[in-house]
Design a protein around this ligand. Sequence first.
Ligand code: DQA
Length: 141
Amino acid sequence: MTRIAVLNGPNLDRLGKREPEIYGSATLLDLENTLRERFPKVEFEFFQSNSEGALVDKISQLADSNYSGIVFNPAAYSHTSIALLDALSGAGIPTVEVHISNIHVREEFRHHSYTAGASLAVITGMGQKGYEYAIDFLLNR
Ligand code: DQA
């Protein structure tokens, strides 16, 4: 069975409540259930943390397991975290970075993503559907 990890960074635990006009009205649990339904043959590992270190630890744990891909929304850490960039580079697992909003039409500090430097592809601005497109890409590339 294909194993894919879906990782979400800070404040994405508040999906559905947090600025729904930007991030959508479905909660993180709704999103995870949608992905499970849409891809019944995939074995998912879902992980969300508000802490950079916990995300680094999770990525290194995945590196030592048998994962075919990571779908990662590092949220605000995209714009700041060399530690997460290094973790992803060291893990060697094909990763697609997802942003629900289009980071390029928002504040300038969101335009650059460090973590994108270790990702195969970036999906930004396609709403929560972006996670589905990312999984589709990982399964069919
Ligand atoms: C985000 C965009 C980031 O700039 C922001 O800090 C987030 C969410 C997105 O999914 O659009 O928390 O990654």
